[in-house]
Design a protein around this ligand. Structure first.
Ligand code: FNR
Length: 188
């Protein structure tokens, strides 16, 4: 079986992150030919062009990790109707130095959870604009705006509501088909 490496960002630094729980659920429900590695953001310094000549180890490691994966999944909260600063900072690091954009042509998908009804819709819209500029090959459909509940999502990523589990499994199956399609035309 051919397997595909998926790097995933969790756009939250919170020790109680609901988006981290969502990422665990997505990994549990993903097709068996997807393997996952987290793209860590918490130790990155704030990006400055002053670093372009010599990236610090944490940022160099992020770019190396992205180079090693076939696709990227963004699992993120919405902060003030936009992208959390820590995630935007990681994207800025990976997109530079100029001419060495790590996201160029990479298959990508976006999903997120919030306690509220709109389920990160505006944060995702903001992220999509950034990824579009970074030339990532985004899955545009299905979209997934998850209203989080601790009754439905258990801490280890088990999803207790069948319809939610089915929806998330279908989202990951669609992502798998999307990344295979992109890699067929744009091999990494
Ligand atoms: C939030 N929250 C939030 N929720 C939302 O639906 N839309 C929003 O714009 C915001 N804005 C926002 C800003 C900041 C600075 C914080 C700390 C929180 C609430 C947010 O959805 C909630 O805290 C989630 O639990 C965040 O996800 P994680 O960190 O638990 O994964």
């Amino acid at each position: 079986m051919t397997t595909y490496q998926v790097g995933y960002f969790v756009g939250s630094l919170s020790s109680t992150s609901i988006n981290r729980i969502l990422s665990k659920a997505l990994i549990r429900l993903a097709p068996p030919d997807l393997e996952f590695v987290e793209l860590a953001i918490k130790d990155l310094p704030l990006y400055s062009p002053d670093y372009d000549a010599s990236y610090p180890p944490e940022a160099a490691a992020l770019k190396a990790a992205i180079a090693d994966v076939d696709a990227i999944l963004f699992v993120t909260p919405e902060y003030n109707r936009s992208i959390p600063g820590a995630l935007k900072n990681a994207i800025d690091w990976a997109s530079r130095p100029w001419g060495q954009n790590s996201f160029n042509h990479i298959p990508a998908a976006v999903i997120g959870a919030s306690p509220g009804l709109i389920g990160t819709a505006l944060g995702q819209q903001s992220l999509r604009g950034v990824l579009s500029f970074c030339n990532a090959r985004q899955m545009t459909s299905p979209e997934a705006y998850i209203q989080f509940s601790h009754e439905v999502f258990l801490p280890d990523g088990e999803v207790t509501r069948e319809s939610t589990a089915e929806f998330l499994a279908s989202f990951m199956a669609e992502f798998r088909d999307h990344l295979v399609r992109v890699l067929t035309v744009l091999p990494r």
